[in-house]
Write a protein that binds this ligand. Structure first.
Ligand code: ADP
Ligand code: ASP
Ligand code: MG
Length: 814
């Protein structure tokens, strides 16, 4: 004999029922079988909804009933198209009984647990009827046996306890005399000792099948559902989750108890004692291996087998000085909860005995608090203990695995992973068996927590970075192109999956949690929603994805004001925008502090020398114990371009125009030519070297004339360049006379910085600096005479984009 159970989705449509029948047909050729079926998917919920409407005197119960009727009739008509009047009439009659029950609830305005069980029993009664009749109509040797005649329970309506002795006898006796090849049994429903309809709890059809399997001591129990086994985590929340090949009974129980809905927790009990293996199979993919649950948990090397979660948890804390050392508090506490039939999911008590903290279903929270406050009324009035504290909208996440106990450091890994992602842990519990470590966190963090933990314990191979880019001008476009191009390289060589989740320019923004398609991002962005800086932040916050990175590829001065908000959400900030780093020192300091506090990297390598690794090198020198004594640098690609092209055969005005045209200057060339841009850069290097400094502290030896500096628009500025050509020619002539090159140099020396135009003599490392190149010389304790030199292209969209790219990778390695 084989026992197979098919869940709600498996019997949720005519098409799926046909798949079920084809599985049964194959099995029936080998042996007799029992097929336990759930209600058609979603029907139990709809029955309860109709009942609640009726109870509330809301006539919407009728339309809910009509929908239920329609669903069943159309499934039947599709399965048996030949319009078998007898079967249709029978179905009508059953639905009529349901309608009368709902009318009754409406009339008396009451829905007791007893009536509720009667109501929901229609779900399984109807589905089992339709399936049996379909099979019979196709000539299969099938018969329906109502489980209520076999499974006996107490009168705990909505979640009754099985009376095993009687139940087992009933099942054995019935099947000893039954001769049919296939027996269809409705799951979930049962009858009390006093003859009332009861149910085994939501999801209880799995349990029905286990009860039958154990009573008949069959060789295996199969649970057929809509996923290919028990997964490493809920596949609806963790895309990378995969089916677990084998689990021990205890592991399966822990995972299901902590929320892996694919198996109703009590299911394991009856089969465990008899060592009957459970196979979880997928009705849509019968060929998939699925999961085997047995005593032989396989030779899995992973100590952690799965991660599960329960939402809608309330955490209650009973505390007070009067609790210390006095026995009996916990007994009274848990007795109170038992009296109210409140299930406790989680308990933890500190060794000080000063407080007990426990988790229950959110919906029981108010009742629990009232009942406990009542039980301890006296102690509360004497200030021995405090009124109970309740927090809701929490979730429990649990790591499960038999072999966790023989592996050190798993909880350390679990908590550091959560901590790094800024997920606050409210309470922790570890069973004495060490098969389970669970933590209570905010419900809003569940998806992020599951995904980070999954990545940490099951995907050591890959890491996902979720990128939000604002600004898709020259540099931003190149960055997106580089991300698209490097996708497979990153996956293969760095084990990194980089997804662009959000993209924005000043007009529109688009998002896709699964990663935007980078082939046609321009169209998507053009059709996106209206952009707003706060809106972009809010969306990044709401996605709440692990390893989130915000990339600012603008020169906008409003965006840096939002960096603190990003960092506080544990979202890394990567910026080529220099404004924040060169703003007031206190602001720079705050960003650095927030970055440390929230473990969210704040990286701005491209602020100095575009893609050259200037800041990273500086940081590495300092981190390894070196101290910077002096920095000499040519940091403006644009000024270098200008002075490399300017001589007595050109006009200064024309050279600046050309530099702007080729994209080497800021949109406003005055920022470059006045030296402000270079001053910002040396300021950032000085600060990164550990000096507290502001932009005003930097001596700026301007080479522009007063006339140039006082111009009030870009056009007027260009005019003044023409007017003052003689001044620039004089600068050139002097340098030429001294066999020197003009270079705009930034210097930092023992706490002081200055910028200005210099005549660089032949032989100096700066003399031959070409095109738009930058050069930085670091003098330090370790490099006192021969400086460390970094030199190369210091401007241009491509190199800046690659600098941003490198920062994104660095941010991902947090
Ligand atoms: P059925 O109606 O067949 O009994 P359920 O809806 O009760 O199916 O259970 C299957 C569902 O359980 C899956 O579709 C999935 O959403 C959910 N689930 C939650 N956690 C897990 C997990 N760890 N592995 C597999 N499924 C899970
Ligand atoms: N139909 C019931 C429910 O939805 C039982 C089950 O599907 O296992 O809870
Ligand atoms: Mg189920």
């Amino acid at each position: 004999m084989n026992v197979l159970k098919f869940g709600g989705t498996s019997v949720g449509s005519a098409e799926n029922i046909n798949k079920v029948i084809s599985v049964l047909d194959k099995y029936a050729k080998e042996d007799r079988l029992i097929c336990v079926v759930s209600a058609v998917g979603g029907i139990t919920d709809r029955l309860l909804k109709a009942g609640n409407f009726a109870q509330a005197k809301n006539e919407n119960y009728i339309s809910e009933f009509d929908a239920i009727k329609q669903i069943h009739s159309s499934i039947l008509l599709e399965l048996i198209p030949s319009k078998n009047e007898v079967i249709l009439k029978q179905l009508e009659a059953k639905l009529q009984l349901l309608r009368s029950l709902l009318d009754g609830i409406f009339l008396i305005n009451e829905l007791s647990p007893k009536t509720s069980d009667k109501l929901v029993s229609f779900g399984e009664l109807l589905s089992s009827y339709i399936i049996t009749e379909t099979m019979k109509s196709r000539g299969m040797e099938a018969l329906r046996k109502n489980s209520q005649e076999l499974i006996v329970t107490n009168s705990n309506f909505t979640k009754a306890d099985v009376v095993y002795e009687q139940t087992n006898t009933n099942i054995k006796t019935y099947f000893e005399q039954a001769t049919q090849r296939i027996t269809i049994m409705p799951g979930f429903i049962s009858k009390s000792l006093t003859g009332e309809i009861t149910t085994l709890g939501r999801g209880g059809s799995d349990f029905t099948a286990a009860i039958a399997a154990a009573a008949l001591k069959v060789n295996r129990l199969e649970i057929w559902t809509d996923v290919s086994g028990m997964f490493t985590a809920n596949p609806k929340l963790v895309k990378q989750a995969y089916p677990i090949e084998s689990l021990s009974y205890q592991e399966a129980m822990e995972l299901s108890h902590f929320g892996a809905k694919v198996l109703y927790p009590p299911t394991v009990q009856p089969v465990l004692k008899l060592n009957i293996p459970i196979h979880i199979k997928n009705t849509q993919h019968p060929e998939a291996a699925g999961t085997t649950i047995s005593n032989d948990a396989g030779k899995s090397t992973s100590p952690v087998k799965g991660i599960s979660n329960i939402n809608n948890v309330a955490l209650l804390t009973l505390q007070g000085n009067g609790m210390v050392g006095i026995p009996g508090f916990s007994k009274r506490l848990f007795e109170t909860l038992a009296q109210e039939r409140i299930n406790v999911i989680f308990i933890t008590q500190a060794s000080s005995e000063h407080s007990i903290c426990f988790g229950i279903d959110d919906k029981d929270g108010v009742l629990a608090k009232a009942a406990i406050d009542f039980t301890f009324e006296n102690e509360i009035s004497l200030n021995k203990i405090d009124p109970i504290i309740m927090e809701s909208q929490l979730s429990i996440i649990a790591l499960v695995g038999d072999r966790m106990k023989s592996h050190q450091g798993i909880s350390g890994k679990m908590f550091s992973t959560l901590g790094k992602n800024n997920i606050n842990i409210r309470a922790i519990a570890q069973g004495a068996s060490e098969r389970n470590i669970s933590a209570v966190i905010a419900e809003k963090d569940v998806k992020k927590a599951l995904n980070t933990l999954h990545e940490r314990f099951f995907e050591t191979e890959t890491k996902q970075l979720n990128v939000f880019i604002t600004g898709v001008g020259n540099v931003g476009q190149k960055l997106v192109a580089q991300i698209a191009q490097q996708k497979s390289y990153l996956k293969e060589h760095l084990k990194t999956r980089m997804k662009v989740v959000g993209l924005s320019n000043s007009r529109t923004m688009v998002f896709d949690e699964t990663g935007l398609d980078l082939k046609n991002w321009k169209d998507q962005l053009a059709n996106g929603e209206t952009a707003s800086l706060e809106g972009f932040l809010d969306r990044a916050k709401d996605f709440n994805l692990r390893n989130s990175i915000f990339v600012d590829v603008t020169a906008n001065d409003a965006i840096p004001k939002l960096y603190p908000a990003y960092l506080k959400q544990n979202i890394a900030v990567v910026a080529c925008n220099k404004i924040a780093c060169s703003s007031d020192f206190e602001n720079y300091r705050e960003l650095k502090d927030l970055s440390r506090k929230y473990n969210a990297p704040y990286l701005f390598e491209t602020n100095v020398g575009a893609g050259l690794p200037v800041i990273d090198t500086l940081n590495n020198l300092i981190a390894s114990g070196d101290r910077i004594t002096s920095i000499q640098a040519v940091l403006s690609g644009s000024l270098n371009f200008v002075f490399n092209h300017f001589d007595d055969s050109t006009k200064f005005h024309d050279v600046v125009k050309q530099a702007q045209k080729e994209g080497y200057t800021e949109p406003d060339p005055r920022i470059d030519l006045s030296g402000v841009d270079v001053a910002r850069k040396i300021l950032i290097l000085a600060r990164e070297s550990g000096t507290k400094m502001n932009l005003e502290d930097i001596e700026n030896d301007a080479f522009l004339t007063k006339n140039n500096l006082e111009s009030d628009s870009v056009d007027a500025f260009y005019e003044t360049l023409i007017e003052d050509e003689a001044h620039f020619q004089k600068l050139y002539a002097s340098a030429k006379a001294n066999d020197s090159q003009l270079k705009y140099v930034a210097e930092f020396n023992e706490g002081k910085a200055k910028v200005g135009l210099k005549e660089i003599p032949r032989g100096h490392p700066f003399y031959n600096l070409e095109g738009k190149d930058n050069i930085v010389m670091f003098y330090s304790l370790r490099y006192p005479e021969q400086p460390m030199i970094i030199k190369g292209a210091g401007a241009g969209a491509d190199v800046t984009a690659s600098g941003l790219f490198a920062d994104i990778i660095r941010a991902g390695n947090r």
